[in-house]
Design a protein around this ligand. Structure first.
Ligand SMILES: Cc1ncc(COP(=O)(O)O)c(C=O)c1O
Length: 410
């Protein structure tokens, strides 16, 4: 067990992660780099790498039950659906795998829009990654539906929920909102949003690609109709996962090939699934679950996320203090936010800062990270700012390296 234990008497400190032990599981950390680009994609632990290799090393064919190779593929898919169901608080039969979260959103937008008519409305936010904006804008344009935009306040980085409420009408068909901003870390008030959205009978689509790496997600508790995420943001391989109520999926008719399965969720999975990546996804969920304690995998995941949040909070505070001491502008200001910090240094281009950090072996890129509307709304145009994101393998030495490297910029 890698986690620190509660011990002693009196009020218990929140349990944290044993970061030193975690770091030993990530071969990429032996490169000596300090990784702050988790929001772009985390590094991969050995059990995930081994699970991918094992899937490809064992007999493997298309899914079926007739021979061991088919049965291996079948088992891999079942295991991955069960793992992601635990990860996202969903029924396994409502878990859909796709190429990426972007691909899933584009495909589902096309499918959902078949039911939309001119004058229907969709709501998107400027806080979102473009992967949860453009699919809805394009789908709306195609059928003559109206797009309503919700802003965030650059001074607080908070989504304007009142504006969201004012954007809703009986014609609203879908509201697409971020689980957490991949640029600023802001976590909007999903429960309030769900209440408002469902009051007008619309669907709530939550892009949890950034959130799923930091917060324990339960789609039903979140009251979202659909949640999407991408395992490569939480130690897994590169693919996308969608979680929805199976009853919602049963009512949708996507484009599909004639001989492919018409059952849910297979109906939505185009072509052959990437079995080796699914095996890696299960291993990533199991790896994260093993960082916590509890009677079953969902309970261990909940505990692991609690520990991770406690560890990341300490490091985020250290990072933000260090940045402020150096006169940085920190754009990540929301009351509830992930450990992803967007910043600029006075008088310096963000890209120069990022390159200066890279010269010291610190990976913290600059950009808008496809949250292009958010970047523009912050006044950062399309070049954005520097993003430093913490992951469960980040330690205090990494944070100090980043801060010291800032003192040493050319
Ligand atoms: C918040 C958010 N949404 C969507 C995406 C797109 O995910 P994918 O790469 O799986 O398409 C990202 C990727 O960075 C993201 O951070």
């Amino acid at each position: 067990m890698r986690s620190a234990d509660h011990s002693g008497h009196g009020p218990a400190e929140p349990a944290t992660l044993d970061v030193a032990a975690i770091r030993r599981d990530f071969p990429a950390l032996t490169s000596g780099l300090a990784f702050f680009d988790g929001p772009g994609g985390t590094q991969t632990p050995t059990p995930v790498i081994e699970a991918i290799a094992a899937a490809l090393g064992a007999p493997l064919a298309n899914r079926g039950l007739d021979n061991p190779a088919q049965r291996n593929a079948e088992q891999i898919v079942r295991d991955a659906r069960s793992a992601m169901a635990d990860y996202l608080g969903n029924d396994p039969s409502g878990i859909v795998f796709g190429r990426s979260a972007t691909h899933l959103a584009l495909e589902f937008a096309r499918t959902l829009a078949r039911d939309w008519t001119p004058g229907d409305e969709v709501v998107v936010t400027r806080l979102d990654h473009d992967g949860n904006i453009r699919p809805w804008v394009l789908a709306a344009e195609r059928v003559g539906a109206t797009v309503r935009w919700v802003d965030f306040d650059p001074a607080t980085a908070e989504l304007d929920v009142e504006q969201l409420e004012a954007s809703l009408t009986p014609r609203t068909r879908l509201v697409a909102v971020t689980g957490a901003s991949n640029l600023l870390g802001t976590i909007p008030d999903h429960l309030r949003i769900a209440e408002l959205v469902h009051a007008v009978g619309a669907l709530l689509w939550v892009d949890a690609v950034h959130l799923a790496a930091h917060v324990r997600i339960d789609r039903t508790a979140l009251r979202a109709d659909v949640v999407v995420c991408s395992p490569y943001k939480f130690f897994g391989p590169h693919l996308g996962v969608l979680a929805a109520d199976p009853d919602l999926l049963i009512g949708l008719r996507p484009d599909k090939l004639l001989p492919s399965s018409d059952v849910v969720p297979e109906r939505f999975e185009l072509g052959t699934l990437p079995y080796e990546l699914l095996a890696g996804t299960t291993a990533a969920v199991d790896y994260l679950a093993a960082l916590g304690q509890g009677e079953n995998r969902p309970a261990r995941l909940t505990d692991a996320f609690g520990r991770s949040a406690a560890s990341e909070h300490v490091l985020r505070t250290r990072l933000e203090h260090g940045l402020r001491d150096r006169g940085a502008t920190i754009y990540s200001r929301a009351a509830r936010r992930t450990s992803t910090v967007l910043f600029d240094l006075p008088g310096r281009l963000a890209r120069d800062v990022s390159l200066g950090l890279a010269a010291h072996g610190v990976t913290a890129p600059a950009g808008s990270f496809y949250a292009i509307e958010a970047s523009r709304h912050l006044g950062l145009r399309d070049h954005g700012a520097v993003r430093a994101g913490l992951a469960p393998y980040t330690d205090a030495a990494d944070v100090d390296r980043l801060l010291n490297a800032l003192d040493d910029l050319p």
